[in-house]
Design a protein around this ligand. Structure first.
Ligand code: HEM
Ligand SMILES: *[C@@H]1O[C@H](CO)[C@@H](O)[C@H](O)[C@H]1NC(C)=O
Ligand SMILES: *[C@@H]1O[C@H](CO)[C@@H](O)[C@H](O)[C@H]1NC(C)=O
Ligand SMILES: CC(=O)N[C@H]1CO[C@H](CO)[C@@H](O)[C@@H]1O
Length: 318
């Protein structure tokens, strides 16, 4: 009995807690991180919105089954994968991941996971956009399941208390949640996600929205048609820069989505918002720490999962 517990302790337990590590590919694929950086840089040069795309992709991947690239799997005739759901609708950047994967497979076949490619690409794009430069622990493995029924992400009108509970279930504190939502310092939201806040919809102004912003968004969303849903920058001032401007904007009622505006109003989150708004360096440092932590949620390591050859398709099994 004693022997068995010793065996369990030294072999099984360490496997279960096997952790990610910075430089995981240093010997197996020496250039992995520089290849990722080059492809991301190339894309960024012609499309600065790639940073927003990757941040959102990273979040949507990590908060369904864990950061296992399950989001990248395409649906088939028989299966509906994660990306094919309302919540994920409009997650973009899949083609950038394909480009990185192709470059990496050429250098080191079947070595670098798609899950790590998401984390590394996001890191590089954030740095290019004025955000923090940080080391990303790697060693994630790619998941073997992608099912649209697993997707249970909150919408933009969820109350803050429920939002905190949602993040707490993944081990993320309320302060870290406020930090992660600082990702809304880049990128856009389509009218469909904030229209219900507008005076045109409510018949009267929303007292939590700057009237000038309301007028601007009413005009924008008027042009909505069946297939065309216009979008607004989530950070109305420095829309392509990863900085603390998002927090300053919500303090002056210029948040686009309800969830963003509520961060500045709810007692449980407003102190963090004020703090980040007045301390840009603190936000930048905290954002790096929070993204690294998000990137560890529910990861597969060791011999779990697989290293996909094509990020959109599970490897063939015999
Ligand atoms: C549970 C909390 C969150 C909710 C309800 C939420 C909701 C949304 C919604 C509705 C959009 C607009 C999508 C569109 O119109 O295409 C959006 C965009 C975005 N979200 Fe969030 N979000 C949350 C948390 C996060 C987190 C944690 C991150 C990253 C760390 C993130 C990053 C982004 C980015 C960068 C965009 C812009 C995407 C683009 O330009 O394509 N969000 N979010
Ligand atoms: C789809 O489902 C059918 C019937 O269950 C099965 O015969 C077929 O092999 C499946 N195709 C794929 C691509 O999984
Ligand atoms: C926009 O951001 C810049 C740089 O952070 C700041 O100096 C300026 O006051 C901001 N303007 C508005 C209208 O918020
Ligand atoms: C990229 C992608 O597959 N998006 C899907 C998200 O969900 C909507 C609604 O279910 C689909 O129409 C999109 O194709």
């Amino acid at each position: 009995m004693k022997d068995i517990s010793i065996i369990l302790f030294f072999f099984i337990i360490p496997m279960a807690f096997a952790d990610l590590q910075v430089g995981f590919y240093a010997s197996s694929c020496r250039n992995a991180e520089s290849i990722v950086q080059q492809v991301v840089q190339k894309r960024f040069n012609r499309d600065k919105s790639i940073t927003a795309a990757l941040l959102r992709m990273h979040f949507h991947d990590c908060f369904v089954r864990g950061c296992d690239a399950s989001l990248l799997i395409d649906s088939t005739k028989n299966t509906t994968s994660e990306k094919q759901t309302g919540a994920n609708a409009s997650v973009r950047g899949y083609d950038l991941i394909d480009d990185v994967k192709e470059a990496i497979e050429t250098a080191c076949p079947s070595t670098v996971s798609c899950a790590d490619i998401i984390a590394l690409s996001t890191r590089d794009a954030v740095a290019l956009s004025g955000g923090p430069k940080y080391n990303v622990p790697t060693g994630r493995r790619d998941g073997l399941v992608s099912d649209s029924n697993d997707v249970d992400l909150p919408g933009p009108s969820i109350p803050i208390s429920s939002l905190s509970q949602f993040f707490a279930r993944k081990g993320i504190t309320t302060e870290e949640m406020v930090t992660l939502l600082g990702a809304h310092t880049v990128g856009v939201a389509h009218c469909g996600f904030f229209e219900s806040r507008l005076s045109s919809f409510r018949g009267k102004p929303d007292p939590t929205m700057d009237p000038a912003l309301d007028s601007k968004l009413v005009k924008l969303c008027k042009s909505t048609t069946g297939t065309n849903d216009p979008s607004a920058f989530l950070d109305q001032n420095t829309s392509f820069i990863v900085d603390n401007e998002f927090y300053k904007q919500i303090l002056v009622k210029r948040g686009i989505m309800q969830i963003d505006q509520q961060l500045a109003l709810d007692k449980s989150t407003s102190p963090f918002v004020s703090n980040f708004a007045s301390n840009g360096d603190k936000f930048i440092k905290s954002f790096a720490t929070a993204i690294i932590k998000m990137g560890k949620v529910g990861v597969l390591v060791g011999k779990e999962g697989e290293i996909r050859k094509n990020c959109r398709i599970f490897n063939k099994r015999n």
